[in-house]
Design a protein around this ligand. Sequence first.
Ligand code: NOJ
Length: 764
Amino acid sequence: MKYFIVLTVFALVALSGCSSGGNQNSEEDRFIEDLLSKMTLDEKIGQLNQHTSRWEMTGPAPKADNTQELFENIKAGKVGSMLNVIGAEATREAQKLAVENSRLGIPMIFGYDVIHGQKTMFPIPLAEAAAWDPELAKLSASIAAKEASAQGLHWTFGPMVDVGRDARWGRVMEGAGEDPYLASIISVARINGFQGDNLDDVATIAACAKHFAGYGFSEAGRDYNAVDLSRESLYNLVLPTFKASTEAGVATFMNAFNTIDGEPCTASDALMRDLLKGEWGFDGFVVSDWNSIGEMMEHGAAADLKESALRAIQGGCDMDMEALAYITHLQELVEEGKVDEKLIDDAVRRILRIKYRLGLFDDPYKYSDVEREKNSIYTEEHREASRKVARESIVLLKNDEAVLPISDKVKSIAVIGPLADDKDSPLGNWRAQAVANTAVSLLEGVEASVAPSVKVNYAKGCDLSIGKRTFPDFMTFNETDRSGFKAAVKAAKKSDLVLLAIGEDCFQSGEGRSQTDIGLRGLQKELFDAVYAVNKNIVVVLMNGRPLAIPDVAVKAQAIVEAWHGGTEAGHAIADVLFGRYNPSGKLPMTFPRNVGQVPIYYNYKSTGRPTAEQPGQALWSCYTDSPNTPLYPFGYGLSYTNFHYSDFKLDKSSMSVNDELMCSVTISNNGSVDGKEVVQLYIQDLAAKYARPVKELKGFEKIELAVGESKELHFSLTQKELGYYMPNGQYVVEPGKFKVFVGGNSVETQELEFEINPHYSSH
Ligand code: NOJ
């Protein structure tokens, strides 16, 4: 087969990624080189050293309180960065130690996990991706940056750009779902939101694309587990979001806890030096994950911390988060001739560069402004933005007999469930500085929405967990206490409609929150059945951080509203949808399985040699004997209160050269009775490639708003950028032959057309 090798090559070859002394052209370079030339080796290594404060721990911390020693180290210029120091005053105090005491007065850079808001919480990132709206993702990140920077922070460890296909992995809540195209667009929007146009702007912070790379593919969905990934998947699924982040100018990267091919990512020169800093030309710095340098020993990839430090610095990891490996061993390694000081200079240069771009050398305290902190956090405007993002993140999964929006005829509503009046879970995991129990609950949202004549009957039904449920403690599900069932059944019996809020506590998903059971935990399913026995008119409001397997509820409920962990204003946003003030428009960024046995399940799978009729129990075909292959709800799926009709799907040619642009057009009409938004999705399939391609790959989407009766013609362009793929050797190719193009409102219900790339048109 003939290939057209085009665009870039991801091949992990030529050694590079260690910049020399900069081009000396810019003011920035001159400043950095001048400062570097004054630094002792000790001071240089200090810049590579990052410590957590003891105020907040986001990883397993040493038991001993080392605060005094830490202060001394800062004063000695041995700490280049801290994480988890928060607040204008606290950051100013900490910064003072470095700036006013160390020999060169180099300011520290303060980082924090600002994942979906600082104090005003936005929906968790997976939810936000369901809005399929980069402008909203940018908006929420920019507000998070405004609030975080007002609390003295310079840098967020976000966005997490890992593509995740495994709902057992709790960290899917932090990403933008299963698809590299959607996740790239959302990740870039988040980076633009955090960083703004200029890092020097006091209301912006440096972003961090994490976790480089493959962390979303930890085996069996178990966090931190080894990753066994084909090269083809690495290039086509994992790396695109990171490449897009680099192109968007992300300031920093974080490497990943996992190994790939047995090599810890923290030590991967192929990833960090050759690819990221070499081929992609990334000029920011890479921070390790929490003690990931130290964890190389646990991986069995380094004999001791000294070898870990050696491997990490050689690999291209510039900053050591919490392993104390660099500060303890780099000096020795340089003296022994094992580490070339040039590697250290390169890392220092990169870190100083980001500090310079943040404006910290002009004014190390500029982010630590108590007045700004007082006035620009948790404002009315930010909460209103959060409500807007939350309602656009909601996905309507089922709506039989148009039970939603709730009609005026409904005179009594039972609000039931362990999450119904939970003011905490909607804040989500990775909640930064959100104050516990400050979200608007579903009950509050409903009460604020109903007419005075409508009776709201609340009953919790049961607790989801017993005992402690705060991060980082694991929760214990309530499996026994049914004492609230009676009241719930009573409330359901006397009501026209039941709103049943079930799903996951927010601390069920997130880091270290892998689960083998992704159904409704505790007594929730029993509660559903008890309520269903007396009232079939049930609208399930799901609150969760990962796709859930809820096959039975999906059949029995009248309607299902996927509300995720929706942030500070969750209850109002859900009520906006339930009462029809907002017509739902979200679409799933991740496939919902029928059962955990199907996981990992995703829309862009490859066909097998024995693609099957969807009949369970047919032997000798690629199917399960006890479950359909198809998901419960596919990627891209989501209903509306109106109907969208797709017509006039056309391609402007049926045959073209590899250099041509194919234009696809389609008309969408709102045939229903309310105005609404639709996410129009474009997929392709390369029908016969040397390396089999997925049955569908998302290559374009547009979210449009249509008034009742309105139609719009949309145009999508397909070029080499969309039509090629990376071969396992990292070469990007566009192959001649037939392609399908699909358009539709989700990844399954699509219309399709064909065209071909004709080899005779080739200019190669
Ligand atoms: C570990 C997590 O993997 C990472 O995403 C986070 O940024 C760091 N801890 C710091 O809290």
